[in-house]
Write a protein that binds this ligand. Structure first.
Ligand code: BGC
Length: 927
């Protein structure tokens, strides 16, 4: 395998004496080619050969200016010379152009944080044997950058590009590179004579930085300059049979049958004991995707931030928010002694009745994958491994351990699997959790097609597959199909298949020893990669205010203003008398049930205890964040009363006396059970109708799992979907209603009018007390890849609110959409202007209309969110995800773009194009 460069012969290098440690002449070295200015497109071909010959590990190119609609020619250079391309952008100018630095890396990137996000960019490069961390200083705040370096370097040699100041302790200046380094020896620098197409010299230098392996004689796997794979291999060689098998099964971290916790378990979903002899830490895993849970208060004194639900985060269409939410959860997990967080839920919403939609990220593979990927990256920035789950097609809960999902390979790749694939690329989760259900007749956790073929071979997933709790049905069959670790089998499965049965299967040669070792290696390399060995969790108090701030930002950007007739919202300053009705809005906001429920926050436990069901998958949780209190705080001058809504007539009477009535309607949903239908429960429709009749200025705030029927919609001028808004739900909703925050959420799902618009209008056997029996088959071939808005478009159905819909208190104009295509790369740019009087954020949604006769009529292919001041205009660049231009060829196992005429449009929603441009795509296969 290729290693980083060897040291250059000294004769061809100018040696510079620096205050850097002396390093032996045969040390490894990292070489970086530095171009002081960016070549133009015409020079790329001429340069490709010259650059390739230099064999630098990385190339750094300063001063790259990318126009909004431009596909950077350096991408072509990267492709021709065999490098990966990364653009580290500064803030975009009003014309959408961006100044930045391009980084090309020949060596694989093991881990990265931030990608193109300014100020958080770092890469851990690993060539198979060695690791170098590379940082780009686009951060306005050097202290934040230093914190990032401290947290992520993990002892590897590090290079910080973009600053020549060796200011901070331990950094040495690296001349010719405008960089400082840590852990490197004296740099050698060679001027390089690159010539552009016209023969003019392009100033460049090749800088070679030597570094030595650390002296970790006793435990060589603790050498942090080695790659995770190399460290895992060194460690594996020292492990006994028993120690290896011990890694392949976890215990239920809450104990069996209410008994004591397994020795050493912190207390949560899963626990794998460590191996003190070798310094292997225990694996401590906690649920889940909306915060760190503390089931039944098993860890006295621990609490966490209850984040808004998955669809709320998805509704922000803002990757930074998802990342920040993930980082908050990851940090709090680490501070509560967990090194694995069972987050990263990315199953697609195919049906609003699925009881677990509140954990997911909507119906579109690109949006869900991008947002959950960003969340995973956030979690893992905190030295906590994140999962992605539930792999795959566990899109309904009814008899989830038994039901069989039927769907063709092409359709699954273009829908649910695409969401996973994009989340994997964007987030690089260390764990994939296989699901309970069967897929085309085979359980998720023994599905060789999904685990071996797709995940590990096609997607090259280097991490490990862990089962869902109770998802394992065999030992050798599951292991050979790609399952690496059985979760809590002693409690949830019929047997601990990955203990004795697997040992016997390995002894008998049914499961090769090499496969068993592969399972262990995958677990160990994941633990090394994410710092489980080098940055073990520490029990610390969480930063409550920081968590609240992220939670509130998410509610404010993630709640969707669905309707606002006559500009009833934001509430005018002169509104004197308000009545708040129902939804326990005097106490808090509802949350979803099951393993993901965050029951204990800094504000205590359940604000409304006793609502049924109080046992699994309950209790019904109300986070103590009262919208009523928050509204009163926001409008101290107004008289704001509360009526509980149990009596519609009394509520209507109170509404009649108020200037404005605000009804809070809730719908509880939970893991393990689907909703029987799309109706708001407990007579809330009647309550809303009665109130709306009594007061024409009625606002409805929904706190639901997802879309519900809205029989009263025409009587209600203002409607806001707040999903399950988490521990700052009250404050966030109040900020939006009063105009302190301007709504910018956009639906990540189609709001169908009712069940008749769904692919399966009637599913027998849903709900807590079904009257009919379910036949244990979900036929997803009905809609195939046409989930949500694609189904509606194919069937010419008009939903109540389309995918992507969401109003603002300001207005936006679009102009001048342009689209450039280069191979499989498509970039659009458009002028967006804030034509109103308030600052607000708009989501530029880019869709592809496929040619007549295509199975799928329309697809979201890219999106970007932009914040604009009143009157401000920006050119916004939106890059399409190439796979959304293609179809999956199940025979060839690859993505292919069909050549032909397409249309690209910027839409306010999937169903509302505002600017359309025809494009020609060339027929091609994606690499
Ligand atoms: C859920 C998973 C969860 C696991 C551990 C299962 O029932 O499906 O999402 O992570 O339990 O609590």
């Amino acid at each position: 395998m290729k290693t980083f460069s060897k040291l250059l012969p000294l004769s061809s290098a100018i040696l510079l004496s620096l205050a850097a440690p002396a390093i032996a002449a045969d040390a490894e070295a990292f070489s970086i080619l530095h171009l002081q200015r960016a070549p133009v497109a015409a020079d790329v071909d001429a340069l490709a050969g010259q650059v390739t010959a230099l064999k630098a590990d990385a190339i750094s190119i300063d001063g790259v200016r990318r126009a909004a609609d431009q596909i950077d020619p350096l991408r072509r250079l990267a492709e021709q010379a065999g490098y990966r391309y990364r653009f580290v952008a500064g803030a975009p100018a009003a014309d959408g152009s961006v100044e930045g630095r391009v980084l090309l890396t020949r060596t694989p990137v093991q881990l990265e944080s931030g990608g193109e996000e300014p100020g958080r960019a770092y890469l851990r490069l690993a060539d198979g044997r060695h690791v170098v961390a590379l940082y780009v200083d686009e951060a306005a705040d050097p202290a934040a950058l230093q914190r990032l370096v401290d947290a992520s370097r993990l002892g590897a040699p590090a290079l910080l590009l973009g600053t020549a100041a060796a200011g901070a302790a331990g950094w040495n200046a690296v001349p010719a590179l405008e960089a400082v380094g840590q852990g490197f020896g004296t740099a050698s620098i060679r001027d390089v004579r690159l010539r552009d197409a016209g023969g003019t010299r392009l100033p460049a230098a090749l800088v070679t930085l030597p570094y030595a392996a650390q002296d970790t004689a006793e435990r060589p796997w603790m050498n942090t300059t080695l790659t995770a794979d190399a460290r895992a291999a060194l460690l594996l060689a020292q492990m006994s049979e028993d120690e290896k098998f011990q890694m392949l099964r976890s215990y239920f971290g809450l104990g069996k049958d209410g008994g004591p916790l397994p020795e050493g378990a912190v207390g949560s979903a899963g626990f794998v004991p460590g191996v003190p002899r070798l310094g292997i830490p225990a694996q401590q895993s906690a649920d889940a995707g909306v915060g760190v849970t503390n089931p039944g208060g098993i860890r006295p004194g621990d609490f966490a931030t209850a984040m808004p639900s998955g669809p709320s985060t998805a509704s922000t269409w803002n990757r930074d928010i998802a990342y920040a939410g993930g980082a908050t959860m990851g940090r709090e997990a680490w501070q509560q002694r967990f090194n694995i967080l069972l987050s990263g839920s990315v199953n697609l919403q195919r049906d609003p009745r699925n009881g677990r939609n509140f954990e997911y990220a909507g119906e579109d593979p690109l949006l869900a994958g991008a947002m959950v990927g960003a969340l995973i990256r956030g979690v893992q920035s905190q030295h906590v491994i994140s999962s992605m789950k539930h792999y795959a097609l566990n899109d309904m809960e009814t008899r989830r351990n038994f039901h069989d999902v039927r769907i063709g390979e092409k359709a699954m790749h273009e829908s649910d699997l695409l969401a996973f694939e994009i989340a994997l690329e964007a987030g690089r989760p260390g764990v994939a959790m296989c699901s309970y259900n069967k897929i085309n007749g085979t359980y998720g956790c023994e599905n060789g097609y999904l685990m071996n073929q797709v995940l590990k071979q096609e997607w090259k997933f280097p991490g490990f597959v862990m089962s869902d709790w109770g998802g394992v049905h065999s030992g050798s069959k599951a292991a050979l199909a790609g399952l690496d670790q059985q979760s809590a089998g002693e409690v949830f499965d019929a047997a601990v298949y990955f203990d004795q049965p697997l040992r016997m299967a390995v002894a008998a040669g049914v499961v090769p020893v090499a496969r068993r070792d592969d399972m262990v290696l995958r677990i160990l390399r994941t633990m090394f990669l994410h710092g489980n060995f080098d940055r073990p969790p520490q029990h610390q108090p969480i930063d409550v205010e920081a968590g609240y701030a992220t939670a509130q930002r998410t509610v404010e950007e993630g709640s969707v203003l669905l309707r606002n007739e006559g500009g009833l919202l934001p509430l005018a300053e002169d509104v004197q008398r308000i009545v708040v009705i129902g939804g326990h809005a005097d106490k808090g906001v509802i949350g979803g049930g099951g393993s993901s429920m965050v029951g204990i926050t800094a504000k205590g436990g359940n604000a409304v205890p006793g609502v049924k069901p109080t046992t699994w998958p309950g209790p019904v949780m109300f986070h103590p964040s009262s919208p009523l209190d928050a509204l009163r705080a926001a409008r101290p001058q107004a008289r704001i009363d509360y009526v509980d809504g149990s009596n519609p007539a009394a509520a209507a009477k109170a509404a009649a006396q108020a200037d404005v009535a605000i009804v809070f309607a809730t719908q509880w949903a939970a893991e393990s059970v689907d909703l029987p239908d799309m109706q708001l429960p407990d007579g809330q429709d009647a309550l809303i109708s009665a109130v709306a009749k009594a007061n024409a200025r009625t606002v409805v705030v929904l706190e639901t799992n997802g879309p519900v029927r809205l029989p009263w919609l025409q009587q209600v001028p203002a409607l806001m979907q707040a999903w399950y808004p988490g521990i700052r739900g009250g404050e966030g909703i109040a900020a939006l209603l009063t105009g302190q925050a301007n709504p910018s959420g956009r639906l990540p799902v189609s709001w169908v009018t009712d069940e008749s618009q769904l692919p399966r209008p009637h599913v027998p056997g849903l709900g807590f007390t079904p009257k009919e029996t379910f036949n244990d088959i979900f036929d997803f071939d009905i809609e195939g890849a046409n989930v949500g808005y694609k189904w509606l478009a194919a069937k010419s159905l008009t939903p109540a609110f389309a995918f992507g819909h969401g109003l603002s208190y300001t207005t936006f104009g679009y102009d001048n959409l342009q689209v450039s295509v280069d191979g499989a790369r498509l970039v659009a740019s458009v002028d967006i202007r804030n034509t109103g009087t308030r600052a607000g954020a708009e989501v530029a949604q880019l869709y592809l209309r496929l040619p007549q006769g295509s199975t799928t009529p329309v697809r979201l292919i890219g999106f970007e969110k932009v914040l604009l001041q009143p009157g401000e205009q920006r050119r916004v660049r939106i890059e399409a995800e190439p796979k959304t231009l293609a179809h999956y060829d199940a025979q060839a196992r690859q993505w292919t773009i069909d050549g032909g005429s397409y249309e690209v449009y910027l839409g306010r929603t999937a169903a509302d194009p505002v600017q359309t441009v025809p494009v020609q795509l060339q027929s091609q296969t994606l690499r």
